[in-house]
Design a protein around this ligand. Structure first.
Ligand code: GDP
Length: 720
């Protein structure tokens, strides 16, 4: 593990912070591998099927063949022509995980990207998760180019893939190059702007795994039988580009010639403004089409300079403030990922937005209001790391030595504190109980859970006050399975693990009032807490609110916070069946106190009692997570699959033909999906696949609610 030490001041406009996003199996990992190979930082082409890829470094990922943890990798690429010709460009590649359970990881990485490549499967077009990552990219204003991968597979259709991006994503997707041949005959592409054909040499599929695998290509004339289609496609692309730029539009309408340089410049602006998504044809597995896409990353995706300012909140004044992407500005940086590295310990991945981050310096964590010392700064390459003294605005680095900084924290200068917008994570939908086998396992558990939750902010831990068990919760069965696996392997922890449980929530249907009184008179000093609460339902997804309307000192101010605490604790514990209460507004509007006997604890208990009483009158219900499920199956199994879904309380949204497969989209309660992976395999002889993600929460039907309450064994008693 070589660590070289270099000092480098890299011009901002030569940096690209990008990610690759896709539906699972579209080829994100393979494409990432090829990029790392062509940029010269991997020495052997990784092949996901053999489990030798560079970014999937965790054992579990290898075994499962999926990418879980986003790692930032720095690579270098030089383009031959255009604005950046001959310059070495630094590409920071943030690996985003492909599996839906790790959607939050994708969100987190998108937050720090300047641009992304969206990989599509040319035989399927846009798929469910493609829509999700597209939405996420839009949310963070991340400009995109698209890579239409798998042009070599049976059923590959470039035009249909572009059309599906237009129809299903509403993207202004347009061909940038055209494939030469398809399926087994896919050989190369024609660049529509330069009007040159690029042909890859040899049969790379025969030599996968060797260092010079099929990366070579040569430029040639457009094949004779494509001249007409190229002309038409070029005309379309040029018209689209001209339409995005006033000066070019004038030239275009005036019938004047536009140079390739002019068109490229205008296209760059249009991509950065998310007006055009150029689409590139290729096959990562067969090593075709990747280099032109990589050139496009440089030519069309933004540099940190193109996103010149970042806004945050001044930690002193509370006012919005901007920071320029320049090294001389005050420091503003965001920690977006914690990773435990087997060689150097805890790594904190940081995106520097403005100013300069120096190794060995002290920085201010404005989110937590603490000062931390940065030890070493590292650029992570595919298989080595480079130590640097300083990281400038626009760069992504890994820092060693930060102890208490977690994902989403802002690092800055203490004299000019700023808090950047943090990263939002969804609530967990599934949980399981975990019980250490021995006393020493019990001790290890706390440490392991802390470490793992630092790395993965969607992973939550709580202890069940009724059973004393430790409950871990997350976004899907797979995520929890992997976490349990890591506890065993990395922390050598032996534990009994319960069945995955659906993370229900409780809420109220109507407003109500309740009185909470906790008064004890037992000789000496007594206890006196008394409050009146009003509860009201909030719209779905709104969470919780607490307000005080107490006036005239009916309850002294110092007891309002304990009342709020009592309310929150009760909301966390649950009232109906032991699930957290949500979408509720609690108002304390009156009460009374006693000069001597009133205490914080008495008001806390009174609040808890008051909330329980009000809730009993407020028509409490359970909410359950509803998943959006997309099943892709050969026609012959369609009937059985739909029948099975219907027996699972599914609401079928659509059933359509895509290529030679049928795709069913349905909303299904998560509670019904346990073991679906096995079920669908046996229904379809292993030929149908499915994908699901949490969509929203919905009330549980009455008859099922009763069963859940009974099996929860929840007593709802108030601890005194
Ligand atoms: P990810 O889930 O998006 O990371 O996808 P992977 O890169 O793991 O690829 C999923 C599967 O598709 C693997 O079996 C790959 O070998 C295969 N694959 C990826 N790219 C191509 C391609 O261009 N052509 C073909 N035929 N298969 C591909």
């Amino acid at each position: 593990m070589a660590i070289q030490k270099t000092k480098r001041d890299f011009p901002l406009d030569r940096i690209r912070n990008i990610g690759i996003i896709a539906h699972i199996d579209a080829g994100k990992t393979t494409t990432t591998e090829r990029i790392l190979f062509y940029t010269g930082k991997t020495y052997k082409i990784g092949n996901i099927d053999e489990g030798t890829t560079v970014t999937d470094w965790m054992e579990q990922e290898r075994e499962r063949g999926i990418t879980i943890v986003s790692a930032a990798i720095t690579a270098f690429w030089t383009v031959k022509a255009g604005q950046f010709a001959g310059h070495e460009m630094r590409i920071n590649l943030i690996d985003t995980p492909g599996h839906v359970d790790f959607t939050a990881e994708v969100e987190r990485s998108l937050r720090v990207l300047d641009g992304a490549v969206i990989v599509l499967d040319s035989s399927s077009g846009v798929q469910s998760q493609t829509e999700t990552v597209w939405r996420q990219a839009n949310k963070y204003n991340v400009p995109l180019i698209a890579f239409s991968n798998k042009m070599d597979v049976i059923g590959a259709d470039f035009a249909a893939t572009i059309q599906s991006a237009r129809d299903r994503l509403g993207a202004n997707a347009i061909a940038y190059n055209l494939p030469i041949g398809k399926e087994n005959d896919f050989k190369g592409v024609v660049d529509l702007l330069t009007e040159k054909a690029i042909i890859w040499e040899g049969d790379p599929s025969a030599s996968l795994g060797t260092s010079d695998t099929g990366a070579k290509f040569h430029e040639t004339e457009i094949p004779a039988d494509m001249v007409e289609v190229v002309k038409a496609a070029r005309e379309k692309l040029v018209e689209e580009i001209a339409g995005s730029d006033d000066v070019l539009m004038e030239k275009y309408l005036g019938g004047k010639e536009m140079t390739v340089v002019e068109l490229k410049e205008a296209l760059r602006k249009a991509v950065i403004a998310s007006k055009i998504v150029p689409v590139f044809a290729g096959s990562s597995l067969r090593n075709k089409g990747v280099q032109p896409m990589l050139d496009a990353v440089v030519e069309y995706l933004p540099s940190p300079q193109d996103i010149a300012v970042v806004t945050g909140i001044n930690a002193k004044t509370g006012e919005a403030e901007e920071r320029k992407a320049a090294p001389a500005e005050p420091l503003a940086a965001l920690a977006f990922k914690i990773q435990v590295d087997p060689h150097v310990g805890k790594l904190t991945y940081i995106r520097v937005y403005s100013g300069t981050l120096k190794s060995g310096s002290y920085v201010y964590n404005s989110t937590k209001q603490i000062t931390e010392r940065v030890g070493r700064l590292l650029l992570m390459h595919a298989n080595d790391r480079e130590e640097i003294d300083e990281a400038f605005a626009g760069e992504i680095v890994a820092a060693v030595g930060l102890k208490d900084t977690i994902t989403g924290n802002t690092l800055c200068d203490e004299s000019t504190p700023i808090i950047l917008e943090s990263i939002s994570f969804p609530d967990p939908v599934i949980s399981l109980a975990i019980e250490p086998k021995t006393k020493s396992d019990q001790e290890k558990l706390g440490f392991a859970l802390q470490r793992l939750s630092e790395e993965d902010p969607t992973f939550r831990v709580k202890s069940d006050t009724e059973t004393g068990q430790t409950i871990i919760a997350g976004m899907g069965e797979l995520q929890l399975e992997i976490l349990v696996d890591r506890m065993k392997r990395e922390f050598k922890l032996e534990a009994n693990v319960g069945q995955p449980q659906v993370a229900y929530k409780e809420t109220i249907n109507k407003s109500a009032e309740g009185e909470g009184k906790y008064i004890r008179q037992t000789g000496g000093r007594g206890q006196y807490g008394h409050c009146l609460l009003r509860i009201e339902p909030l719209p779905r997804g709104q969470g919780r609110e607490f307000v005080s309307e107490v006036v005239g000192g009916a309850i002294p101010r110092e007891f309002i916070t304990p009342i709020e605490k009592g309310v929150i604790e009760k909301e966390d514990t649950g009232i109906l069946a032991g699930y957290p209460v949500t979408d509720i507004k609690v108002t304390v509007y009156d009460g009374s106190f006693h000069d001597v006997d009133s205490s914080e604890i008495a008001f806390k208990i009174a609040a808890s009692l008051g909330l329980s009483e009000a809730a009993k009158k407020a028509d409490m219900i359970l909410l359950e997570p509803i998943m959006k499920v997309e099943v892709t199956t050969p026609e012959e199994f369609l009937g059985e699959i739909i029948g099975d879904l219907s027996s699972k309380r599914a609401q079928i949204l659509s059933s359509e033909t895509r290529g030679n497969a049928r795709v069913v989209i349905a909303l299904v309660p998560l509670a019904e999906m346990h073991g679906y992976a096995t079920a669908i395999r046996s229904m379809s002889q292993g030929r149908a696949t499915y994908y699901m993600e949490a969509d929203h929460y919905e009330p549980v039907p009455q008859n099922i609610t009763q069963k859940i309450i009974e099996s929860s064994g929840f007593t709802g008693r108030v601890e005194h």
